[in-house]
Design a protein around this ligand. Sequence first.
Ligand code: FSX
Ligand code: SF4
Ligand code: F3S
Length: 386
Amino acid sequence: MEQTKLYQKISSRLGELEKFSPMKEDMSIAQLMDDKGISRRDFMKWAAGMTAMLSLPASFTPLMAQAAELTDRLPVVWLHMAECTGCSESLLRTDAPGIDSLIFDYISLEYHETLMAAAGWQAEHNLSNAIEKYKGKYILMVEGGIPTKNDGMYLKIGPQAHTGLSIAQEAAESAAAIFAIGTCSSFGGVQAAYPNPTGAKGLSKVTDKPVINVPGCPPSERNIVGNVLHYILFGTLPALDAYSRPKWAYGLRIHDLCERRGHFDAGEFVQEFGDEGAKKGYCLYKVGCKGPYTFNNCSREKFNQGTSWPVQAGHGCIGCSEPDFWDAMGPFEEPLGNRLYHTLYGEGADKTADKVGVALLSATAVGVAAHAAIAAVKGAPKTDES
Ligand code: FSX
Ligand code: SF4
Ligand code: F3S
């Protein structure tokens, strides 16, 4: 019954959205897919996957397909702050674009500094035009941390040298929905790592508007597009965790669905990169995997159209979707438990662990960490048992 009500609610929302005129009249999504050799069948398969990812019943798949077809009804403003542009790259730089990146092409990107042809005065003009024209209607996506020290003077953009801080604040003021794309925009990222000379912060720290964080350095194309589709379907904020991350994407740990989890449970670990265990695909915990402390869906959704993800490629998760991961998760190739011996009063591991929610870590993992750390201190040679 609830399900039917929800179906009807979404259906009527999409019906309303359909009445808006498409912002790109020369291109339909069906045509775009056709040009790239993607069949309707593949598209529906993709829609079914997206539906499952957002934890909706399979019967909602046609709604998801319809939502994807309506992504050209909503104007999107995408700002770049202090970062590496990896988030945009994650979505766009695939040699064989999948449906997620095509949808992104199809979205009405009113302003995106990396992709638009305009530069200088023209670009600045386009931004203020888009903000004015679509007041209260556009989706704002911000990539990058925001330098705040000395009134934000460490990041100035465009011919009038406005600060990134003032541009982000102004754009946030009139947006219908705001997404902080990537760990930099969500939590400050690498710019905010100690000693954070520019006072870089996440977007939510510089605006009073609600911000949905989509962290990851970078986040996957699935999580970026999934958030846009969620907004189109529901028009409301998704259920969020304590760090304002959508629970549908960040509700579980990397470790919960990891393909190497069986080896973790069996106590089969890679002891050093390139060893026999590595060849056998053993668990990467002892070479620093932070999957047990990291909330994200990489192990399920992967990157580059589901091709691979860090752990599949043979390196542990470095915790890139967690706040302060540059400071809190290092050294990246040692277990977190070893920090116990890298910090002054021996309380580093516990403090860090508190921050990232280690309470959820299984007793086995804690045992492994402590054991490994003790072995390291004793100078014992590392063996399968240590
Ligand atoms: Fe880079 Fe985006 Fe990392 Fe940051 O990604 S991939 S530094 S999250 O803001 O460009
Ligand atoms: Fe996978 Fe890392 Fe957990 Fe091992 S510690 S099972 S590699 S997430
Ligand atoms: Fe980042 Fe870990 Fe996923 S490093 S990309 S959260 S596997």
